[in-house]
Design a protein around this ligand. Structure first.
Ligand SMILES: [Fe+2]
Ligand SMILES: [Fe+2]
Length: 495
């Protein structure tokens, strides 16, 4: 782990590896115990081998290695301290004793390790019983002789700092970091594909998991991330914004964490087919000719093909390919591509179509100025039932509010503010929290957050929205203003 990793990311890994680590600890202990007791063709041994493989598989979703290191009376899994609970306390203790007696700090298993590599390791472990000396060099020599040195290594005992007590940082800082990483991931995809490399979605999944974790934080309005726009790299920031909006909306719909990750992935990759569309077509200021329009429309099918060609693609990933294919089909199936077998669109496609349109409309493009968030909501409502699922549009409007986050509003006090957070109560939807722009650069109210439900001593509202306004009229960069107090090294954004 890098020292510069934001503390929220550390907290996420802490939770994840505590859960996965306990399974890994049980799996490894059972495997090594069976290796000592049984021959490699024994049923119990083979069962423990399978269980070990199953326990490390989800760790490879996160990192390219799975490690267990014993440090005095503690075990670290992928450098995260795992505390034992009732489910693993016996294995925990046994592993500490076993590793210490052999003078070995731990074991490192790399992605790509197969069953034969583990069977060889079991044999080597079995025939090297503890003695006076450390067995570390002997074990690793034998691993090399077995040809497994690229996948398995026993490691030296070392001191590992336990950093779990570190305080939680500003979630907005972490959110901007993850946003930047997601844009940079998408920016690198076309080059990888052009070089003939098989592009992996694993890194993307880790980023989307971080988004899902952030979306459940009470101290951070996750939807605000989608106000970040990048005019020069529209396709990338648009895809990240659609992922953010999908997750945020999906959470309001009550989807589970794993469904939110699937939905966020679907949002991130919905336009992956556009990454190979020539830039002169993508950024054409005027109308497309018929050939160009055909190329643009093909991005749905191309995206589907790209996604099912990714190396780790399996049945669990089918939803994201379906969304890439269906996100322009329209609720009434009048869009593109025309489906030969007209079946209702997948729920994720209907959600993504709304998030996609909302972000596209609120972004400035060569051929269109940006609509304000409240105008975008009006357009969604107008096309509800035709292009968009009417029930979902209603739910989206209720989640975003009549003045969605990022809307510039003029108040009855003469002040100008930017909506920071929607009011969750339907009767007070017109009273969100706003960040005040201030009447001059040295206005003490500049940057303060005003809750529009606040009343004075006579019960009158202190501030009320008169009307939304165009940020360009006031020269406001909405994303910059909302995140202006954050120092970030993150690159590639319009923040
Ligand atoms: Fe699209
Ligand atoms: Fe899109």
């Amino acid at each position: 782990m890098k020292a510069s990793m934001p503390s929220t990311e550390k907290a996420r890994r802490k939770g994840l590896f505590t859960r996965l680590g306990r399974l890994f600890i049980n799996g490894l202990n059972s495997f090594l115990r069976n290796a000592r007791l049984h021959e490699p063709n024994n049923k119990a041994f083979l069962q423990s081998l399978n269980a070990l493989m199953v326990s490390i598989e989800p760790i490879f979703e996160e990192d390219s290695h799975a490690s267990i290191e014993v440090n005095k009376d503690a075990i670290f899994v992928n450098e995260v301290r795992v505390r034992p609970d009732a489910s693993c306390s016996a294995s925990y203790r046994a592993l500490i004793i076993d590793f210490n007696r052999r003078g070995v700090g731990g074991i490192l298993i790399k992605e790509g390790c197969n069953k034969q590599n583990l069977i060889d390791t079991a044999r080597i472990w079995r025939f090297n019983e503890p003695g006076e000396e450390s067995l570390l060099d002997t074990l690793n020599e034998q691993i090399k002789e077995a040809g497994a040195e690229h996948f398995i290594a026993f490691t030296k005992p070392r001191f590992i700092a336990d950093s779990e007590e570190e305080s939680m940082g500003d979630p907005r800082e972490f959110a901007l970091h993850v946003y930047g990483q997601a844009v940079s991931y998408l920016r690198g995809l076309p080059r990888q594909i052009a070089m003939g490399k098989m592009a992996s979605a694993r890194r993307a999944k880790r980023l989307v998991q971080s988004f899902v974790d952030l979306s459940s934080r009470r101290d951070f309005n996750f939807t605000a991330l989608a106000v970040i726009k990048n005019y020069d790299e529209y396709t990338y920031s648009h895809s990240v914004n659609v992922s953010v909006l999908c997750i945020s909306f999906g959470q309001r719909l009550g989807l589970s964490r794993s469904e939110l990750v699937d939905l966020g992935m679907a949002g991130l990759f919905h336009d992956v087919g556009k990454l190979s569309v020539p830039i002169n077509i993508l950024n054409k200021p005027g109308k497309f000719d018929s050939g160009e329009w055909q190329i643009m429309k093909n991005h749905s099918t191309k995206g589907f093909i790209k996604l099912i060609s990714m190396p780790e693609f399996g049945p669990a990933h089918f939803k994201r390919a379906i969304v890439a294919f269906e996100h322009h089909c329209d609720y009434d199936l009048g869009g593109y591509p025309r489906k030969s077998n007209p079946r209702p669109l997948h729920l994720f496609s209907r959600i993504c179509a709304i998030a996609d349109t909302y972000d596209a409309m609120t972004s400035k493009r060569i051929y269109q100025p940006a609509f304000s968030p409240d105008q975008a909501i009006k357009i969604l409502l107008e096309k509800s039932g035709k292009k968009y699922d009417p029930l979902l549009v209603r739910a989206f409007v209720s989640a975003m509010g009549v003045y969605p986050v990022g809307t510039v509003v003029v108040l009855d006090t003469g002040e100008v503010g930017i909506v920071l957070e929607a009011n969750p109560y339907s009767l007070s939807m017109n009273r969100p929290k706003v960040k005040l722009v201030g009447k001059s650069p040295d206005d003490p109210l500049l940057g303060t957050v005003a809750d529009l439900t606040e009343q004075d001593e006579k019960g009158r509202f202190k501030r009320t929205i008169l009307h939304p306004a165009d940020p360009a009229f006031f020269g406001i960069d909405v994303a910059k203003f909302l995140f202006s107090d954050i120092q970030t090294s993150n690159s590639g954004q319009g923040v």
